[in-house]
Design a protein around this ligand. Structure first.
Ligand SMILES: [Zn+2]
Length: 176
């Protein structure tokens, strides 16, 4: 399976301001998740910030944390927002997105999210419940969030490319 490593593309002052913050908590088992949810019960109601790190691990941080802080300043395989719910006592994913303006990952980072959720013992939905399409305008250079399939730059009206083009990304071949 081909995954991609995304580099932080957000503002440098944000990266610097969170450089000493602890990275998100790695979640590699159901018990890791239960421990984290016990300490962060808001993740059930409000959601959490997540990244998938270069080791393919889900990392969680309280909602509104910067993704670059959650990632410890590193590249990520995926980033976005995640909300859990309980089905009986079992934690499940209620909502999950690739919404991260710090990393602007392509929607195909879902593959990394599904793998990481599987490792954490959480049943993954069939895909993102909310997908964000990030594109960089090749005329004015601004980053856009494409809404309703309208591939036109909101800053200068140029057409936006059909393929993801935010920044160079590194392909990583995995065996699983
Ligand atoms: Zn533009």
């Amino acid at each position: 399976m081909l995954l991609y490593a995304y580099t932080y593309v957000g503002p440098e002052e944000i990266r610097r301001s969170v450089a000493s913050f602890p990275a998100g908590t790695p979640i590699t088992s159901r018990s890791d998740l239960e421990t984290w949810l016990a300490a962060n019960p808001d993740a059930l109601a409000e959601g959490a910030t997540y990244v998938v790190d270069l080791q393919g691990r889900l990392r969680l941080a309280p909602r509104r944390s910067e993704h670059v802080a959650c990632a410890g300043g590193e590249e990520v395989l995926a980033a976005g927002e995640l909300r859990f719910r309980r089905a009986g006592t079992t934690p499940c994913v209620a909502e999950v997105s690739n919404q991260s303006t710090g990393y602007c990952p392509d929607t195909d980072c879902w593959a990394a999210v599904a793998l990481a959720l599987g490792r954490a013992g959480v049943t993954a939905p069939p895909g993102f419940t909310h997908e964000v399409i990030f594109r960089r305008c090749e005329r004015c250079g601004e980053r856009n969030l494409v809404k309703e399939g309208w591939f036109v730059c909101v800053f200068c009206d140029a057409d936006l490319p059909t393929g993801w083009n935010i920044a160079p990304r590194r392909g990583i071949q995995t065996s699983s």
